[in-house]
Ligand binder design. Structure first.
Ligand code: ATP
Length: 895
């Protein structure tokens, strides 16, 4: 059927749906069975088996397997089988790590999957877009992405951008009339809305006519398979570093082999030892551990109510130096209550809290009746009519469906006994021009019983003031003059400085005509009065702002609200320092980019801004060298969110467009959640540093012990299978546990990390080399002491070297937990690490004392007194350079 050629009612009839009730659950299930889910087919993923095989494609692992095969053929069965087993276990671990990383990335994708509002069983419910079926009635508004192909049933100032389908980036105005052209292309089907396109203005209702691969988008879905890069800068840097490390490890390994051969070792022995060493020393597991650490961190962030959409954001979060946050809903509760109404020089106060429509009106603490004041009655009536919010009673509570500002105005009207139903009996709604944050107003055209029509506009008072011709003062209408303007401005300032959000209400009679234009409607108005509403700050925000300040992060409030309202709230939150400036949108527009750059460091509040200003602010801060986190929720916020270093969108009030542009979604829209995410971002990065430090120091130790031994013409201190065991057990488990470590106490007292900081910054390179050197040295010392005591018993000396290497690493792992000193951290804080270390020790003891393991791992039992030697030496690398409390104190002072 050509849906665009028929009238909405006929579409509903032929698709068996109802505008009032939508589909029933039974119907939905039937249709899902018939049409399937509303999904586009995705490109096939490589099979699990292929991913498993991938683990062995590493060049050195292949060389090791080849070498093992040769030694197997030469009769060294036990060695060969043991090495293959270890390589297999390593591969299996790598495989599971990768699967886990993949799964959590998939889970993330699903969490941020688009949702739509559908009418089911007569109630509007939010469902996943993939659950839509033909016949579903959906509603949408500016900022939403259309979930399926729709025939439009209602369209209010509706414009949709369809560039994904048509390539045309200008939005198309939509209507509901049937079209006659049966050959119209997608771009001409103005009574349809298509899956994947974006609502840029207005709102509407439509009935789903096609889902999944049957949609216009489905026809071209193959073209749209785009692989998003999920690598973080650190992962990229590590990949480059990995390449260098491979070369270094190989070069050193060759050196070990060459020196060994020169010193008279058999070429075959040295070859196998060399290959094992190369496999152990090349940190091939590093990228996988980094991914796991990142994705585990991301899961912790989900628990703290933030969803990372783009993995690189996790890293950038730790570098954030400025958070630009919306005020309404993010720093405040977005639970508005009208407390003041002002008109013609009179102020009424309202009692009552929240959305409960119970309260009274007072003038100077004297109770008054609304019906006694015509202007008051009119402000409340028009506030209710120019309004799309619904207040309903649910379980003894009143809930809001819609915009809180409008909800507050509806509740104020209800307190005066007005109800939308009875008002809609008196007035017919003819046209609506929805609110947008650039105009900062909303208008409707209404018609009374006598057929007379009025335009009613409500919006930001200082902006509406410029659109007035008359002012209603008491019962009389006056031409607007500077005297009245000053009175109104005075009232706005007075309400705003009490932290109230202010809305002006105005109207004018209009002629009956078929089409109204917004710019004509919203001018020459008659001013009625103001409504002032409280929006209390979220209680936890003040503390969060303080913690951010301690962490070297500046918080900037960006709001569409009045400068005085914003200033008052900023003061309540302790966000505005004594020398901090408040800049408003008009001043911001008048400034050149350079002028803004010059003052931006001193500005803490941007008020009455339009979304377009946000981009200018981001750019100015960035050119000051800041790493900027910027929040936003509307369509017009998307460019700023995109160009911020960390774009943050709102989980509850955010539009699809904002969410898609962002790299982080706040599930609860709460500023305090940003602080938690930053803390987690810092922690994840530090944990990655911790295990890089641990792994590389361990590898340096392993290589050096072999190199030193060869240089000193000693026998091999470790046999290949021992080296591989160390690589698997000692390096593997504790490194993973470090990825789960708790933050250091001063994590949020440090300055933000510089975003260009290299992997080895802040002394990490020195720590790796010095600790690695010491690990190698003590292992060799243990080997030499025991070897010279009894040169006949080489296998005993090798077991001692093995135990010393393992223990030195397992003690050193605790040092890696602190940037400052091992003494500053309670080792039992991270129970995963304690568990990993204990299991590594037990496995080591098993290899040494369990008789069947001894021939495989070339070990013999160690005597009790020699454990003193092993433990004494293995403690040295950690405690010799552990960093005294004194130096750490110095560091604290420096910060
Ligand atoms: P932010 O979320 O950025 O802190 P905000 O939500 O206060 O700011 P906007 O939603 O852009 O910013 O609102 C700007 C101004 O527009 C408000 O101060 C108010 O005066 C007016 N306004 C807000 N909502 C409506 C509405 N639904 N109808 C009419 N005017 C509105």
């Amino acid at each position: 059927m050509k849906w665009h050629e028929v009238k909405p009612e006929e579409v509903l009839e032929s698709i068996h749906s109802s505008r009032e009730n939508g589909l029933s659950e039974k119907d939905v299930q039937k249709r899902v069975r018939h049409h399937g889910f509303n999904e586009l087919k995705e490109a096939e993923k490589p099979s699990a088996f292929l991913v498993f095989l991938e683990q062995f494609k590493d060049f050195m692992v292949l060389v090791l397997l080849a070498a093992t095969l040769i030694s197997g053929l030469l009769g060294e069965y036990i060695d060969a089988i043991a090495i293959i087993a270890i390589v297999l276990v390593n591969g299996i671990l790598g495989f599971f790590q990768e699967q886990k990383a993949e799964k959590s990335l998939q889970a993330l994708k699903e969490m941020s999957a688009p949702q739509v509002q559908a009418l089911r069983e007569g109630e509007w419910t939010r469902i996943q877009s993939k659950d839509l079926v033909p016949g579903d009635i959906v509603k949408f508004s500016s900022g939403d992405r259309i979930g399926a192909d729709l025939r439009l049933l209602e369209a209010k100032s509706l414009e949709i951008e369809e560039s994904a389908l048509t390539g045309e980036s200008l939005p198309v105005a939509k209507c509901t009339n049937a079209l006659s052209d049966s050959h119209a292309g997608i771009g001409d089907l103005v009574n349809m809305a298509f899956m994947g396109t974006l609502v840029t203005r207005g709102n509407g209702v439509g009935v789903v006519v096609a889902t999944g691969m049957n949609t216009a988008m489905g026809q071209i879905a193959d073209l749209l398979q785009s692989a998003e890069t999920l690598e973080t800068p650190l992962q990229r840097r590590l990949e480059q570093l990995g390449k260098i490390l491979i070369i270094v490890a190989l070069a050193l390994t060759c050196l070990v082999v060459a020196v060994g051969v020169i010193q008279g070792h058999a070429l075959y022995d040295m070859f196998l030892a060399g290959v094992s060493l190369a496999v152990a020393a090349i940190p091939e597991g590093l990228p996988a551990i980094v991914t796991v650490a990142l994705s585990l961190g991301v899961q912790r962030m989900i628990k703290q109510r933030s969803i990372v959409r783009k993995l690189p954001a996790v890293e950038t979060l730790g570098c954030a130096s400025v958070i630009c946050s919306d005020k309404t809903g993010t720093m405040t509760q977005n639970k508005m209550t009208v407390t003041h109404i002002w008109s013609g020089g009179t102020t009424w106060k309202l009692s009552g809290t929240g959305y409960q429509p119970k309260g009274e009106f007072f003038i100077n603490d004297q109770k008054v009746l609304v019906k006694d004041s015509r202007p008051l009655q009119q402000i409340l009536t028009f506030g209710m009519l120019c309004n799309t919010a619904e207040i309903t009673e649910k379980d003894d509570d009143y809930v809001l469906d819609g915009d809180p500002t409008e909800g507050a105005m509806a509740v104020a009207a209800m307190k005066a006994g007005l109800s939308r139903e009875s008002l809609l009996n008196q007035f017919k709604l003819v046209e609506e021009f929805p609110f947008d944050s650039t105009r900062k107003m909303m208008s409707v055209i209404i018609e009374d019983k006598n057929g007379k029509r009025f335009a009613v506009t409500k919006g930001a008072p200082d902006i509406l003031l410029k659109k007035l011709d008359f002012v209603l003062w008491g019962e009389k209408q006056h031409a607007v003059s500077s005297k009245y303007e000053a009175e109104i401005m005075g009232a706005i300032d007075s309400l705003a400085s009490q932290a109230l959000r202010t809305i002006a209400v105005a109207f004018k009679p209009v002629a009956v005509q078929s089409v109204y234009h917004q710019h004509e409607v919203e001018r020459n108005l008659v001013f009625l009065g103001l409504q002032g509403m409280i929006d209390p700050p979220r209680p936890e925000v003040k503390q969060a702002v303080k913690e951010c300040r301690q962490a070297g992060i500046k918080t900037v409030m960006i709001t569409g609200d009045h400068a005085n309202t914003a200033r008052a709230i900023a003061s309540q939150l302790d966000l505005l320092p004594p020398n901090g400036k408040v800049l408003d949108g008009a001043a911001l527009s008048a400034m050149s980019d350079e002028e803004l750059v010059a003052v931006v460091e001193d500005v803490y509040v941007f008020a009455r801004v339009s979304p377009e200003h946000k981009l200018k602010i981001v750019k100015a801060l960035q050119s000051r060298g800041h790493v900027v986190a910027m929040t936003g929720d509307g369509v017009n916020d998307a460019p700023a969110i995109k160009s911020a270093d960390i774009g943050i969108s709102m989980g509850i009030t955010g539009t699809d467009v904002a969410k898609e542009a962002s790299s982080l979604i706040l599930v609860d829209d709460n500023f305090a959640t940003i602080k938690l995410a930053i803390k987690e971002g810092r922690n994840i990065y530090e944990n990655i540093r911790k295990f890089i430090r641990y792994l590389l120091a361990s590898n340096v130790g392993e290589i050096l012990v072999m190199l030193f031994a060869m240089l000193l013409a000693l026998p091999l201190p470790l046999v290949p299978i021992q080296i591989l065991w160390v690589n698997l057990v000692t390096d593997g488990l504790p490194a993973m546990a470090l990825g789960l470590d708790q933050p250091e106490g001063d994590l949020m007292q440090r300055k933000p990390r510089h975003h260009k900081e290299g992997v080895f910054a802040r002394g990490l390179g020195w720590k790796v080399i010095s600790r690695g050197f010491l690990i190698g040295a003590v292992t060799l010392a243990a080997f030499m002491i025991v070897y010279y005591r009894d040169p006949e018993n080489l296998i005993y000396a090798q077991t001692i070297a093995f135990a010393t290497l393992v223990m030195a690493q397992l003690i050193h792992v605790f040092d890696c937990r602190s940037e400052r000193s091992v003494f500053l951290r309670n080792p039992f804080e991270n129970l995963y690490l304690v568990g990993a270390v204990i299991s590594s020790i037990l496995l080591m003891l098993g290899v040494i004392y369990y008789a069947p393991m001894q021939p495989i791992f070339h070990t013999v039992p160690i005597l009790a007194r020699d454990w003193l030697l092993v433990l004494g030496l293995s403690a040295i690398p950690t405690f010799l350079l552990a960093g005294s409390l004194l130096t750490s104190k110095k560091r604290e002072n420096m910060l």
